[in-house]
Design a protein around this ligand. Sequence first.
Ligand SMILES: Cc1ncc(COP(=O)(O)O)c(C=O)c1O
Length: 482
Amino acid sequence: MAHKHPHADGNGARDMEINPIFSREPLTIPRYALPPGELDPGTAYQVVHDELMLDGNARLNLATFVSTWAEPEAVRLMTECADKNMVDKDEYPRTAELELRCVHMLARLWHAPDPPRTVGCSTTGSSEAAMLGGLALKRRWRARRRAAGLPADRPNLVMGVNVQICWEKFANYFEVEPRYVPMEGDRYHLGAREAVELCDENTIGVVAVLGSTFDGSYEPVAEIASALDDLEERTGLDVPVHVDGASGAMVAPFLDPGLHWDFRLPRVASINTSGHKYGLVMPGVGWALWRDEGALPDDLVFHVNYLGGDMPTFALNFSRPGAQVVAQYYNFLRLGFDGYRRVQQTCRDVATRLAADIGRLGPFETLTDGGDIPVFAFRVRDGVRNFTVFDVSAAMRESGWLVPAYTFPENRTDLAVLRVVVRNGFGHDLADLFLDDLRRALRRLSAQEAPQRTPEDAAGFSHGAEAKTTKTTRTTKTPGRG
Ligand SMILES: Cc1ncc(COP(=O)(O)O)c(C=O)c1O
């Protein structure tokens, strides 16, 4: 876990000695205090640059879902827009227009019944988009309850225990009871029946994930929606669905056009995605869309009179960089439907091929095959006793590969896996190099006597697939009113 405060002692507190690179005078600067004086810009740049040399190589980071490569033209546009604040829509009306175009493109891509009536906005990522989606659900539920003269003080949100950490944050920050459906046997994500069993009159919505952070699998959104239709027919409870399509909402439209997971399902009220994942933009952009104005209560929208214009905004932040939104529009324009399909298909081809090859190595068993989002999880077979997934993760780090290893949540805490995220820029050639290094690591690991690494060694390296702090809810209660 990150330190809340700088180290009080040890090396961390020592002043930094600046080497006389470029034959400049040696000097020292404090590490955790604002230096009293100025530095030459070249020296300051070199200090920062050198410190960052020890970061991992982003392209070899198979843990993150976030883009680690962009076309030079996208990077150039981002540099050109580095000074634009997204919130100043009146000052930068063209940037605001590009944001609007992106929302409309996504509305059509996700089959909104009436795209011009679809409302949406850019965000910093899927986490902020999830907060906004959750808030809209909570407000709609509250308004309905109050209108009916019913108490509205105990909202809950139903989701699989595999949801990304942002949903736990939403529940915590906005005081909504999280109801997690545990994993069971080979079901590593939310099931329709299990979701409905946890719904009651205080359920603000169900979150269905298209592309689980734990193993890359799609949750059965259509089945969940249909089970909720059935619930409404039986009990009158009308529970909306929010689809967390952080990754999948930018994969399924291109590769699985027949899969019904989006606004084609009338129960889907809102969808989020990360522009910076399979939207192919560098870190810093997400999207939240609501089916229509009815799905986004107007009392959540702020009308800010800023720099002389009326600006409706729905966001947690005020200031935010505009560069990523511009890069998103560039990507949409540059790639179009066919380009996105080609990129995502290549990622899927690499993922499914790599998963199959890993499965054939012998000691591993794949849980998913990379055929939903291009992400797969694999574990060490039961008979292997002398190394763990944590040993494999550590061994691969020695060759520069960052492959997270983590334990699954309830009720599969017995299961520990490694996960590979295949992104644009990770082609067949890098996959071959990865396999070569994995084979080499296996030769050494197979010769060791006993496992060397434990889950604790891997703490903080699961990239959103952390265990939940709230216990999962198990109930056999028949859903219904009261
Ligand atoms: C399913 C899912 N939801 C939400 C998030 C959070 O997204 P972001 O990093 O864009 O805030 C992630 C990140 O991996 C994710 O996989």
